[in-house]
Every structure is written in structure tokens, then in C-alpha cells.
Design a protein around this ligand. Sequence first.
Ligand SMILES: Nc1ncnc2c1ncn2[C@@H]1O[C@H](COP(=O)(O)OP(=O)(O)OP(=O)(O)O)[C@@H](O)[C@H]1O
Length: 350
Amino acid sequence: MSDVVVQGASVTHGSTLAVDDVTLTIGSGELVAVLGPSGCGKTSLLLALAGLLPLRSGTISVGGRELSSGSRTTPPEKRSIGWVPQEASLFPHLTVGENIGFALPRGRGRASRIEELAELVGLGALTGRAPNQLSGGQAQRVALARALASKPDVLLLDEPFAALDTQLRTALRREVAELLRAAGTTSVLVTHDQEEALTLADRVAVMRDGRLEQFGTPEQIYQQPANDWVAGFVGDVVEVEGRWRHGRVSCTFGNVEATAMGFAPADGEAVRLMLRPEWIVPRPDLLATAAAGADARVASISYAGHDAMLTCDLTAGSTVRMRMAAVDLPEVGESLRLAVQRPGLAFPAA
Ligand SMILES: Nc1ncnc2c1ncn2[C@@H]1O[C@H](COP(=O)(O)OP(=O)(O)OP(=O)(O)O)[C@@H](O)[C@H]1O
């Protein structure tokens, strides 16, 4: 078992508290993304997991073995932890095969293990090449194979796709996630890319200013963000004001079913209703007089290929954005009857 237990961990750089009392448990074989804006402490947490930074307080254990505490840090080479850096950082004078096998002991079985790893990352035919004859994506795969060579208990990936172009990034990250799952390696991936975190990870740890804001499945993070900061960080948000009444919020869209997030509003209390743009849909079947729904006019359309973001002026006064699949899009100026198709999230009024 190589579950990772981080308990009350804090990391400082001089007087800067980079990681502030973070507690999380990563299951054996799980792929966790640490997501947050620049400077939130993602890399510091990863370096602490690797044993490259000491903890100020708290503990880190892997497979039940305590590796870091406020008073003791097991050195990186004794932690059974693999590292895939942002840029592949291959040894330029060694071939692909030699790079992959760098940490493997000489002797019987070494060559076949290198072959096996090269096959695993789809580079079986390229083991004799020099690193400068590889594309960025291929180099990153070599770095991954090199990190997996010694069968680490935990693999740490520091923005491994950041230097690649969009298309390659999308393809490679899917490939890498499948590969890590197949290998059953417990993995922690640092990223500031929301889409990357949500599409790849089993669970996402959202950090802000050194603190863990939320730790949950991609669905939980996106559909039930712990607070409005997480909501805004992981996706687009539409906010409307309203009043809470028996599990619903009466607002410009009528009486919308809602979940109160982290508080218990009283009936009649003013709340903010948070929606995702794709939760708002055209409902031509709803009569203008229906209790649910709002009349609107399409003010602008931002086309993005697979979908489009519409800005709609509500007859009642405010403006909302809604996301629709880019088939049968309405025209700018067209009138729509809009409704909310799933329960919204109620947060305390500001
Ligand atoms: N070597 C250092 N010396 C002093 N302060 C540091 C050092 N490294 C990081 N910090 C500070 O610690 C905080 C967390 O930095 P960290 O690099 O962990 O964040 P990050 O989320 O990985 O950022 P990025 O996405 O930009 O890499 C920041 O305020 C940063 O300025």
C-alpha cells in the first residue's frame, strides 16, 4: 500500500508561510491534482512530499511510514518517490534508453526493463535516439519512463505538460493518466490548469494562499464548490440575488431549487444564487407566465467551436451568460425564455 497521508502540514520559506496546515489523504493508486493559482503553495507541497523541503509542522506518511515531520525529513533518495519535472530535463549525452535506465542498477534484467518502460510510454522504437532528436512530447514521455523505472511508491508530477502546445498537451495528459492508472502508481500532479485537473484526476485538491480550500472529486469541485472562490476558480459563474424559501431561491428565474452551501439560511433570508452558465437553458415550452423561467434577449454570442457562450439581457433588468452546445444556436437579438435546469447553489448574501 502506498497511500499518502498529509496531516496538518506547513512549509515556510523564511517568513513566508507557503503551505498552511494542509491535511489530506491520497489513496493507494489514486491520481490527485493539486490545483491553484500561481504562488498558492502547490510546488512547495510537492517539494515537501519529495523530501526536498522540510515541514515546519505536521507530518507526511507514505504507506504508514512517517517520512516528514517538524523535526525529521527522510531524504529524497530514501522515500521511493519519482519526480517528473516541468521540462523533461533529460541527460543530453545519454540515449533515450540510457536516460530511462539511469537509476536502474547495472546487471541482468536492466535492458529488458528499459525496453518494457520504453514500450509502456510508446517509445519502443526510439531507445537509441539522442534527446535532441525528440519532440517535446516524446521527451516528456522519456522523463515519465525514467521516473517510473525504479517503481516508486509515489510519483510526483510538476506541471509536466505546461511546456507543450495545446493539442499535444491534451493527447499526452490523457495518455499519461491512463498509463498511471494501469501501473497503479499513486500520483500527485501539480497544475494551475483547471481543465487539466478536472479531466485527469480522481480527486482535486484546490489550494489558495497556502491553504487547502477543497479536496474532492472533479464533479464535487465543479458542481458543489465549497465556497464562491473555488466556484469562480474552477469555472464560469453566473450569480443572481434572491431570497431563500423552503429549499428554493426566489429570483429573476422564478423559484429555483437550490442547495445551501455551508450555512443554514432562514426563510426569507437574502442569498446569492450561484449557477454555471450551462445550467441555464432555453425553454420555449415554458409559458411567459410560468413560475419558473425568465424572458431574455440574446445580446451577443461568443462561438467556441463545440459550444458557445451567450450573453443574454433579461427583460427584468440584469444580464446573464449561458453556455450552449453549438448546434441550432439562436441569433443575436432573438427572444428566449430561459430556465435553470438543475439545483443552484445558495451562498450567504455578500
Ligand atoms: N525559495 C523561496 N524563497 C522564498 N519564498 C518562496 C520560495 N519559493 C516559493 N516562495 C513563496 O512561497 C509561496 C508559494 O510558492 P510556490 O512556488 O509553492 O507556489 P506555486 O503555487 O507552486 O506557484 P507557481 O504556480 O507560480 O509555481 C509564494 O508566496 C512564493 O513567493
